[in-house]
Design a protein around this ligand. Structure first.
Ligand code: HEM
Length: 474
């Protein structure tokens, strides 16, 4: 065991210096295989036996008992394996395509949201503000457009309630709770108050989503499929009419919607907040991005997706944010469905595979001075975009992020709209802090410390607590 004062992704990266890109250890009786290179992640996640998810149903069932669930645990697209996963992933991807998600036709939805966000920010009239809630509103509204077929006004009370629940979930997920960080701890019946709260909130969210599904069922018109729920309900009806059985069920629809909200809003919102933090810390880079926006877009119109190919520096800046921060530092765990081999090692059935994306993005053999924020590393000698194979913020292989195209569109449009309209600065007498809050994602710290002195004290205390929390050397 260790006393390192390092968060787990950094500690696991350190171990790879001694044990190589691929190594394993046991946590209790559970084998964990840690992948620290892009090559091993690609090889593993192309292997058909290494794309399942670990089964966490024991704890989930216990916690959900008595909460009025339907007696079955449906895993949706994120936590399912085998045929249920294949059916739902295929269906969700083709529905996204048919609704135009991630394509240019969807651009207007995101631009509307980016404009609304800029209006909200301009209402602060240059005063300092916390962008967290505003960005959560904007990004969640994109998912609402896909799933519910409509955006909500920020003043809408139903939307507000939904956001409060989502925000609390994300706050907990970002709080560094051990179960969130190392999900296999859920195997052991060590229910923390945090996790119980997550289940209670997820129950309320499910109730809300079920209500939306019921509304869609009442208004269902097969000749007018407006959104993800309509297309899903249509598929269920067709399957039933043909007397076929399928994993496309109302319970899975409910679980998948919740997961798309969780997977799609926190990640994107967090990336944009980090991007703003890095722009504040590097005013020269912020100016370069704005200069490029002014050259390509000008002052008489707003940025569009077709501008992206002419804005390599802006794109490189976003890529550098995603690299240095590694929003999902240890990916989402995979599980071996059968005994198999990887990189010449035997991987037994049920072994859990962790992709250490942070380690891959910080490997000094690949990235020169990896801790330095330098967008130029994503540009070639002619100033054009270049993407190294070792850049995998969305993971790789058969289970690669399902929302990658949508996320890239959102990041470009939100970031370019924001920097087209505003210059971001830190409040006077405050200190920037780059210590990410490691939970399900690597989130930027909430506070800009109001004074250098308070900032230093808090940092010192935090380091001491980190040292005490990590398990001492045996
Ligand atoms: C910057 C934004 C995002 C990042 C960095 C990100 C990253 C990731 C990563 C690392 C995974 C794990 C892949 C694996 O298991 O190997 C993942 C999975 C997933 N993401 Fe994203 N994601 C982002 C945005 C989104 C958005 C906008 C959506 C919603 C449409 C989304 C939906 C999903 C889903 C559904 C999965 C599970 C896929 C499966 O299990 O087959 N993500 N994402």
């Amino acid at each position: 065991m260790y006393r390192s004062g390092l968060p787990p992704h950094q500690f696991m990266a350190k171990l790879s210096k001694y044990y190589g890109d691929v190594y394993c250890f046991y946590l209790g009786s559970q084998l964990l295989v840690i992948l620290n290179s892009a090559q091993s992640v690609r090889e593993a996640f192309q292997n058909q036996y290494l794309i399942d998810r670990p089964a966490f149903k024991l704890r989930t069932k216990n916690l959900e008992k008595g909460e009025g669930t339907h007696g079955r645990t449906e895993h949706g697209v994120v936590w399912s394996s085998g045929d249920p996963w294949r059916d739902q992933r295929r269906f969700t991807l083709s529905t996204f395509r048919s609704l135009g998600v991630g394509k240019r036709s969807f651009e207007e939805q995101i631009s509307v949201e980016a404009r609304a966000l800029c209006e909200e920010i301009s209402a602060f009239k240059g005063e300092s503000f916390n962008p967290r809630k505003l960005l959560a509103n904007a990004v969640s509204n994109i998912i609402c457009a896909v799933i519910f077929g409509k955006r909500f006004e920020y003043s809408d009370t139903t939307f507000h309630e939904l956001l409060v629940l989502l925000d609390r979930t994300l706050e907990i997920a970002g709080s560094g709770s051990a179960e969130v960080l190392i999900p296999i701890l859920r195997y052991f019946n060590l229910a923390s108050a945090t996790e119980k709260e997550i289940y209670s909130i997820s129950h309320q969210l499910k109730k809300y989503i079920r209500h939306m599904i019921d509304n869609h069922q009442d208004q269902f018109d097969p000749t007018d499929l407006r959104d993800y729920i309509d297309v899903y309900l249509n598929e269920i009806k067709q399957t039933e009419a043909n007397g076929l059985s399928s994993h496309i069920t109302v319970n899975n629809l409910q679980a998948t919607i919740l997961q798309i909200f969780a997977a799609g809003s926190e990640t994107t919102n967090t990336t944009i907040r980090w991007a703003l933090l890095y722009m504040i810390a590097h005013p020269d880079i912020q100016r370069k991005v704005q200069h490029e926006i002014d050259n390509v877009v000008g002052r008489n119109r707003l940025p569009k997706l077709c501008d992206k190919e002419h804005m390599p520096y802006t794109e490189a800046t976003l890529m550098e944010v995603q690299r240095i921060v590694s929003i999902v530092p240890v990916g989402v765990p995979h599980c071996a469905a059968e005994d198999t081999t990887l990189h010449g090692y035997n991987i037994p059935k049920n072994g859990i595979i962790i992709s250490n994306i942070w380690a891959i993005h910080h490997d000094p053999l690949v990235w020169d001075a990896p801790d330095i924020f330098r967008p130029e590393r994503f540009l070639d000698g002619d100033g054009l975009g270049s993407q190294p194979d070792e850049y995998i913020p969305f993971s790789a292989g058969r289970r690669v992020c399902l929302g990658e195209n949508l996320a890239k569109m959102e990041l470009f449009l939100f970031f370019s709209h924001l920097l087209h309209r505003f210059t971001f600065k830190k409040p006077q007498d405050s200190m920037l802090c780059f210590d990410g809050i490691i939970g399900a994602t690597n989130a930027p710290p909430q506070l800009l410390y109001r004074s250098y002195f308070a900032g230093l004290i808090i940092k010192l205390l935090k380091n001491i607590i980190m040292q005490l929390l990590y398990i001492p050397n045996a």
